[in-house]
Design a protein around this ligand. Structure first.
Ligand SMILES: [Fe+2]
Ligand SMILES: [Fe+2]
Length: 354
């Protein structure tokens, strides 16, 4: 048998995907979180892994699917949220623009699985299956009603699911989670097939989407799901002491208003009173791809006049952030390696070759 004879499409897929293999799983598992800190990793979209100094592991909005993969279907399904929002019909060219950096099937431990809302890129059947198989028998699946309906529909036992609504407070080991209002109007125009919204004032946001405020022993994170800008960010900021705020950022195609703009991100940061604002979500969809450095440009332009007390942090998918050790950093870069250079004699023809 030659190498060529052994090659199949399936062994290419298993060998190449997920692109990072279990590299990041191992990094998360092996990280020892120092007292007075917490660590978090961006796993794509607004998916994050939090790990505290007491080894509490919380996964929120993880998603391991992808977007469009063929052009053979011409139109969106009727009553798709974008179709509802804009009266469009043509298939949305939303291809997944960043790789999947975590292997859901290699999860080893997790204390809670959270979802902000039931859109496909914020809740995941593969991770649900892996948590049921690999983690403890009592790991809760926590989300608004529609997220829970989705988990139960996939086969997650009902007694493992916890429906939450704004005002609820949950305790996961050393972490307190405040369930807060969502301001995700795209979720409000997400309907069942046949559900017409013309003239209807929807009042079911709490069933569809929530935001969360995580109180870790070492600091607080406001996770705003897919929320748009809201004046209520100020109310949240007056109520809670927020260290880090996440916002869903993206370049909205004309006709669409789904993600926050750079202006919205700065207004959100100012209103919440956070110390660090981190844009997320702009990584995933090819048609919403945005450059987060725009937020920093605008920040530089406005920070003195408005006396901003926060700064933006530009992260990368798969990146780790440790609060408060990284709190003065502005930008992430992947580990560059070669730390052990010249510990051995290089094998080169002569010293001045490079
Ligand atoms: Fe969404
Ligand atoms: Fe989303």
């Amino acid at each position: 048998m030659t190498k060529i004879d052994e090659i199949t499409r399936e062994n290419w897929i298993l060998g190449a995907f997920p692109e990072w293999g279990t590299w990041l799983n191992e990094e998360i598992d092996n990280t020892v979180v120092e007292p007075g800190t917490f660590a978090m990793w961006w796993l794509g979209v607004v998916g994050c892994w939090f790990k505290t100094e007491n080894d509490t592991n919380i996964a929120i909005d993880l998603w391991f699917g992808n977007g469009k993969r063929t052009q053979q279907v011409a139109n969106m399904k009727p009553y798709h949220q974008m179709r509802n929002m804009m009266g469009v019909k043509k298939l949305q060219p939303n291809l997944r623009a960043y790789p999947i950096v975590y292997d859901p099937f290699a999860v080893t431990k997790c204390d809670a699985v959270l979802s902000t809302h039931y859109h496909n890129d914020h809740i995941d059947p593969f991770f649900a299956k892996a948590v049921l198989d690999n983690c403890g028998p009592d790991v809760p699946f926590i989300g608004p009603l529609e997220s829970v309906k989705k988990w139960i529909g996939w086969g997650v036992p009902e007694d493992r699911c916890q429906i939450v609504k704004p005002g609820d407070v949950i305790k996961i080991k050393d972490t307190t989670i405040h369930v807060l209002d969502s301001y995700d109007r795209t979720c409000l125009v997400t309907t069942e097939v046949g559900e017409d919204l013309d003239g209807v004032c929807p009042t079911n946001m709490d069933d569809k989407a929530v935001n969360y405020l995580f109180e870790f022993p070492a600091g607080n994170v406001y996770h705003s799901g897919d929320s748009h800008y809201s004046i209520r960010y100020r109310e949240i900021g007056k109520k809670f002491d927020i260290d880090i705020a996440f916002g869903s950022y993206g370049e909205n195609p004309p006709g669409c208003q789904d993600k926050m703009s750079s202006v919205d991100m700065l207004r959100m940061a100012e209103a919440t009173g956070c110390k660090v604002v981190i844009p997320l979500h702009y990584d995933v969809w090819s048609n919403f791809k945005a450059d987060p450095k725009e937020i920093r440009y605008l920040y530089e332009y406005k920070k003195d006049a408005l006396q901003y007390k926060f700064h933006p942090y530009i992260w990368d998918v798969g990146g780790k952030y440790v609060w408060p050790l990284d709190k003065d950093k502005n930008e992430f870069h992947y580990r560059r390696g070669f730390e052990d250079c010249f510990e051995e004699e290089p094998n080169v023809p002569f010293k001045s070759i490079l």
